[in-house]
Structures are given as C-alpha cells and as structure tokens.
Design a protein around this ligand. Structure first.
Ligand SMILES: [Zn+2]
Ligand SMILES: [Zn+2]
Length: 818
C-alpha cells in the first residue's frame, strides 16, 4: 500500500493518531481543514489584524500534539517559549487573588465592548439554509436570537452556529449580512465544540480545587480532553477526581454562559501576567498591536479562540477519567506539569455508555487476550516482531486466506518479491532521500542494502520488466510480503505498532480512463470485507495540496473527478442535486453541500444514500489523490487500516509505459496530452493504485481481537470445536468424532482428561471454542453428538455428518452468529 509519504505511518495510517495503549487513542485531534474549528482546546486565539490570515490561515492550523508544534506552526518563524525550569514564585492564595483581578478586568472590558457593539449596529439580512431571509441588527443580533425566533426546540438543542461557513458562537453577535446554519450535538463539528467547551469547565475546576497555573487544554482524538497545569509542587492523584468533578458540577449547574471578548494583546497579557505559561503564549502568539479573544464562563476566564457552546447548562455529565504528569512543551528539561483528563456529554446516559465501552476496551485489550488465548508473544530477541503461536498463526493465516480467496474472483494475481534490496532501488523510488532512517540497512559486498519497508518498488520493476499493452490493464499485483520499518523501540506497542509486519498489499496498474471503474470495484471489495468483519466505515476524499504536488494539473483534476464519481456511485449519492430552494449543486463532500442534500433527502426528493463521503481538501500526498477509509469497531473507535491511493509519481520514476489503444491515443491528443512518453509515440504512462484493505495484518488482528472481544467467528477461530465425552467410557467415540471433524478441515480438540464433565464444558467455553460437542450413550449408539455453543445455547442432537455440513455452511458464509 503506502507510498513515500506514508512510509513513517504504517502499520498505522496516520502518525498523529497512533494509539499508544492498546487501541485507545489519546492523541490530540487533528484539525478539521474545512473550518476554523476549535483546534487548540482551551488555548487558541482568534487573532485579528493583518498578520492573522498569514499566520493563522486554515492551512497552517496544526495537528496539535504538543505545545511545541503549536509554537512552530504557520509561516511565521518558530518562536520558542521561555524555558520554565524551577519553581514559579507564586502561592496558591496569590493565584486566587489574581483570578479575582482577572475577572474584574474582564467585566470592565466586557461592558465597554457591549457599548461599542450597540453603537455600531446596522440593519443586516441573514439567510437560512432553506433560503429564508431574516432581518437582523449587526453587532447585536446573535444566532441564538435567531434560533429562538424560529423555535424554542431549535434554540435549546443549538450547540454552535456556522456563519458563512465559519464556526461561530451562538451568543456572538453577527457582524454583517451572512448565511447562518445552526448545528446540534449530532453534528461532528458541534461535538468537538462541546468537547472543547467542556475542557474549560475542567480548567475552572482545576483552578478552583488545585489552585494551579493552567497551561493548555486541548480536545483529543478519542472524544476526551485534558487540561494541563503547573500545580505548584503538588501532584494530582485519584483522590482529587471526586473534588474536581464536584467543582465541575458547581460550574455546570450554574448554567453560566460563555462570553466572548475581543481584547488587545496588552490587556490580555495584563490579565494573565501572573501565569507565566499563559502570558508566554500570549506574548509569542498574538502579533504586537493585534487582538485575541478571551472567554468567560462563570468565574473562569481563559484566552481562547473559541467558539464554545452557548452555556454550560448543556453539559449534563462530566467525568475525570485519568491523570498523568508531563513537561512544559513536552521537553524533559522543562517544568513538570500535571494533566487531568476528562470526558463530557449532553446526557448522563451517554457518559454511562462511554464508561461501559471503556471497560469493555480495557477487558478486551488485544495484548491481554493474546496472552490468555496463547496466540502470540514478543521476545527481547526481536523487539517489535511478534511470534505467533500455532493458534495465533491460524488467525493470521485465516485472514490472509480470506483475502486470497477474494483475489481469485476479483482479478488479482499474487506475486512473491525479495526482502532485501540494494539501496539503489530506494534511490530510484525516492524513498532513500527522506526515509532511509526508517529502514533497516546493512552492507552486502560493500554495498548498502535495506530490508523493504513496502512493496511498491518491487511491483514497479515487475510491471516494467516487459512490454505492456492496454489489453493487459488493469493489472493487479498482490503481495503478502514481509515488511520491516525501523520504529523506535520506545514506541512499540502490542500488535499495533511493530517493526515486522505483512500487509494485504496490492498495486494496480490502470489507464486513466479506468480510474472510476477500478476504484468503484476496489471500494466494493473493501465494503465486502468490512461487512464480513462487522465494521462500519467512512470514506474521505483527499485532494491536491496546492503547495505540494507534482505532475499535470489537468490529470489531477480529472483523477479527482473520477474518484468523486466512483465514490458517488458507491455511496448511492447523486452527482448533482436540486436543493429545496431550487439551486443545482454538485455533490463535493463539503459540510455545506452535505447539509443541503440531507435536507432534500429528508423531504424525499432523493433516496437515502449509503453514506455521505467527506472531502478532506488539500490533504493528498504529493503524488496523487486518495480515498481514506476509517473503520469503526464495536466500541465506536475509529481506525484507519485500508487505503486506496492514486500515484502519478512512481510510474514516472520507473518510466513505466504501456501501448495505448487507438481510441485512447485519439482521446489524449484531443486533450493536448498526445505525443506518447519517453519519445515513444504510441505509449502512455499507467496510473498506479496503492491498495490495502486489512492494512497491516498484525494490526488488523489487534483491531479484530478487541472488536470481537476475543470471540472469533467460526471461519477464523483458532479453536472451533471441542468434543467432550460424558464419561471415560465414551472417550473412544469422542476421539472418533474428533478425527472426522479434523478430516473435514476443522480445528478440533477432544477433552478426555480427568476433569468433571461440567468443568470441561466450562473450560471449553472460557477458551472460546465456538462449539462443544457432547457424546454419551445415546449419541454413541445413534452416531450423533449433542451441540452446545460457547454462549451456553443447547442446539440438540445431530448426526456427525450433518454437523459437518452445518458447520461448513456457517464457516463458508462468514457468519458472525457463532
Ligand atoms: Zn504501495
Ligand atoms: Zn475554548
């Protein structure tokens, strides 16, 4: 699968989202690129003035995993924060005094702002999603006023507004004529605003209960958030959780509103002068002479870019989930800080559900299940490389066989390629230049070689080894080859982050006019597999980054349009549709267009699509657009495993060509792209598709272990059948049944040990045997067995021959019922 840019990423597809503990993801959320959403948690600023667009334009918004990244984002030179070693000279009482002063200053400026806004007011028009236009007053009317005017229900459910496509506080006055949308909690962007707003509540509780100096409080990828603070030589422990939650409750039950204040840099610094962390960020982040925003909620005041929920009243459940220590800027020579993590919901039952899912995830952590079931092990002799025990190997091979079987019917040919390559190959493919540190290298006859981190270059060599004709395309090379990537030993985690792995990797060589059909059929393949596994999945289209791409613009645009077409077909989405106001729109995966189509679907104008794919604008690798697929497991966690990625670069680097059909030649000439390649007139470059469904087999086993809670469906189960005699006199018959099932291809055992019958059944259930076949006098004389499932269901007596046919049906239909 992966290509140059993703060499660092696999087996995970996105390094920002690498789960460190089991499969739980705790890294900071990466930014939604389509909006100026709340990215930096309780610490990011709306900067006004000329520098704003440049330094904080949406392309520059960072994926925040540490303050350090925040500080180096944008086009501005990185500004280092002051180091924070040693104790900060302030007492807890002084912190209390300072927060009171801060509040007074806020109120003073707030009164001033409100008077200024009122004086500036002019009549404006606000356009609603259904096309309706309302009259309002700039700097006075808020989205909340408008929502309340439409219906009480709408106002009550409103989390955040969108003004001309920009996220906007419900309580922030509109500034000019605009379009207005109101989002409720169901909207993913609103969910993130809710989560981010909840971090402020936790920040308040920490100041209140711990008397600390807050630093930053970002939302996290997994829906939780943390707030980090200097606790002035104290540390946080579990005993603080309950008082922290009580302090949160004190604020949320007050129903306080979030108030947004625009302030000059100097005023902001004055308000936070006592807190060296916040003051430092303000000093460095806000341009001189510029402004930033500061929010108040109850007695809590915090510089933040916003937006936020209208008030804390909608936070109905908030739990402190864990704590950890950290360093200022993530650097070990800096001040030690404390992080408190939390999670919040608008309904108490959602928190309960979340807790149940977390407990499940803990209990099903693949590392524990792998041990309990004796599936695999690690050894210091080979860090990051799993040893699969026999039963683990059954699962591993089961997954590979599952994909291999599909290859036969889907036109793939399997190839087998070397592991060790002369570095000249990586120089040709472009990997050497930037990624050689991620490869294991060794010298062979005085030349540098490396273990392959991916299969792509091998397949390029194989395609290029012969003259190819358009008649041979699409040509699909599949490879389960062993890959190695030099992950840091400290980052290795179970099967999710390993150094040695295999992929269900494939490279498909196609003509440009085959993009749509090929992608559609790969999506169908992927959907088939994920449905067998019982995953939900979501599709995103990543398009050209105008600052980082190579090739021909017309080819890119054409390829992106074909990918969108294929996704529309796959999702059953109309390429074009008419909005309720009669406007014709093209489906492009942007939130605004999705909203319009949803309205039209709700009115019955279009059928409900399979899903609405999302646009990930300007997020493609430099070598081609791609479709990212996120799967969702039973604990509602998302993982990126599969990929469908176009590549215009490798065919160029390896000078791959095929002889064009006469029609294709004419068509290319008409586009002005005729003339052949490499000086040969009738030849063209193929497009390469990198494609994987499982991604890393190792990582998929981790995901499936947790997703299925260690209860493998029959088709992939390492323990399919246990035969148990009622007493020793039936041992022989039990062994006979066992050998029949073994001959029929099942992983079957017979328990003829000395345990009591009941104990044997219990053991087999705990070991997750899918079926338990019981044999006694009646069964022996009838040539039957009595069937029980691991879920303790008794399915009655069946002749052994019939049992085998019945099992075959369950196995071959990939049923998840047993
Ligand atoms: Zn590849
Ligand atoms: Zn905030």
């Amino acid at each position: 699968m992966s290509q140059i840019r993703s060499i660092r990423q696999a087996p995970q597809a996105n390094p920002e989202r690498v789960p460190r503990e089991g499969l739980r993801s705790t890294t900071a959320r990466s930014p939604p690129l389509t909006t100026a959403g709340p990215l930096l948690g309780a610490f990011y600023f709306l900067v006004t003035g000329a520098a704003a667009a440049l330094a904080y334009g949406r392309r520059q918004q960072p994926s925040i995993s540490s303050l350090e990244t925040v500080m180096t984002m944008g086009d501005q030179p990185a500004i280092a924060l002051a180091t924070m070693t040693g104790e900060v000279a302030i007492t807890k009482d002084e912190v209390k005094d300072e927060t009171a002063k801060r509040l007074a200053k806020f109120d003073e400026l707030w009164q001033k702002q409100q008077a200024e806004y009122a004086a500036r007011s002019l009549p404006i028009e606000v356009t609603l999603p259904d096309g309706g236009v309302l009259n309002a007053n700039s700097w006075v009317t808020t989205p909340m006023d408008i929502a309340a005017g439409i219906s009480k229900g709408l106002a009550k459910k409103a989390i955040v507004a969108k003004v001309d496509g920009e996220l906007w506080d419900m309580t922030r006055p509109l500034e000019a004529s605009c379009s207005l949308e109101i989002l409720d909690y169901e909207d993913p962007e609103a969910k993130e605003v809710f989560q981010h707003s909840s971090a402020h509540v936790l920040g308040y509780a920490m100041e209140d209960h711990l008397g600390c100096l807050l630093t930053t409080g970002p939302p996290l990828e997994d829906g939780t958030f943390f707030y980090e603070a200097d606790c002035l030589s104290d540390t946080v422990s579990k005993s603080n959780y309950q008082p922290l939650e009580a302090a949160c409750k004190k604020l949320t039950s007050s129903g306080a509103a979030y108030q947004r204040l625009n302030v000059d840099k100097e005023d902001a610094i004055e308000m936070f002068a006592y807190n060296p962390y916040k003051a430092n960020i303000l000093r460095n982040k806000v341009p001189d002479g510029g402004q930033c925003t500061i929010y108040r909620c109850g007695e809590f005041v915090d510089p933040c870019r916003g937006p936020h929920i209208p008030s804390v009243a909608s936070i109905k459940a908030l739990a402190v989930t864990k704590n950890s220590s950290s360093y200022w800027q993530g650097k070990a020579d800096q001040q030690t800080l404390q992080r408190v993590y939390g999670v919040a919901f608008p309904q108490a039952k959602l928190l309960k559900e979340w807790k149940v899912n977390m407990e499940k995830a803990e209990a099903n952590d693949h590392r524990n299940v792998g041990k309990q079931q004796g599936l695999w092990m690690f050894h210091q002799a080979a860090p990051g490389a799993a040893f699969f025990h026999p039963r683990g190997a059954r699962i591993y091979n089961g997954l590979v066989e599952f994909i291999r079987k599909q290859y036969r019917t889907r036109g793939f040919e399997e190839v087998i390629t070397p592991n060790l390559f002369n570095s000249s190959l990586w120089k040709q493919s472009g990997h050497w230049e930037n990624y050689k540190d991620d490869m294991f290298t060794l010298e062979v006859e005085e030349e540098l070689h490396s273990l392959k981190p991916m299969n792509c270059p091998s397949h390029m060599l194989m395609f290029g080894s012969q003259r190819r004709s358009y008649r041979e395309l699409p040509m699909r090379f599949a490879d389960f080859g062993v890959l190695h990537r030099n992950e840091l030993s400290g980052s290795l985690t179970g099967l999710t982050r390993v150094r040695r792995f295999q992929q269900d990797d494939a490279h498909i060589f196609i003509r440009r006019d085959q993009i749509k059909d090929e992608i559609a059929s790969q999506l169908e393949f992927l959907a088939y597999c994920y449905e067998v596994f019982g995953f939900k999945y979501y599709l995103n289209l990543s398009t050209r980054n105008p600052d980082k791409w190579l090739g021909d613009l017309a080819v890119w645009n054409d390829a992106e349009a074909r990918l969108a077409d294929a996704m529309n077909n796959f999702c059953n989405l109309p390429a074009e549709f008419e909005t309720l106001t009669g406007e014709t729109l093209k489906y492009d995966g942007t939130p605004a267009v999705i909203k319009q189509l949803k309205l039209a679907v709700a009115k019955g104008k279009y059928p409900e699509p399979k899903q609405y794919w999302l646009l990930n604008p300007e997020d493609a690798a430099f070598y081609g657009p791609k479709i990212d697929i996120q799967l969702e497991d039973t604990m509602k966690r998302r993982h990126q495993c599969g990929t469908v990625q176009l590549d215009f670069n490798l065919p160029e680097r390896f000078k791959l060509t095929y002889q064009m059909s006469p029609e294709e030649k004419t068509a290319l000439e008409a586009e002005g792209l005729g003339g052949g390649v490499d000086g040969v007139e009738d030849y063209a470059r193929p497009v390469v598709v990198h494609r994987a469904i499982l991604g890393s087999v190792e990582r998929m086993i981790a995901v499936l272990t947790e997703h299925w809670e260690g209860k493998w469906p029959l088709w992939i189960s390492p323990r399919q059948v246990m035969v148990i005699p009622l007493a020793h006199e039936f041992d022989e018959y039990a062994l006979e049944v066992k050998s029949k099932l073994h001959a029929a291809g099942y992983y079957v055992d017979a328990d003829i040990g000395n345990d009591q019958f009941k104990k044997k059944v219990r053991n087999a259930q705990l070991e997750q045997y899918n079926f338990i076949l019981v044999c006694g006098e009646q069964e022996r004389s009838n040539g039957t067995v009595n069937i029980r499932t691991r879920a303790q269901k008794q399915l009655g007596e069946k002749p052994v021959g019939e049992v085998i046919t019945w099992l075959d049906e369950i196995r071959d239909s990939y049923s998840r019922e047993y």
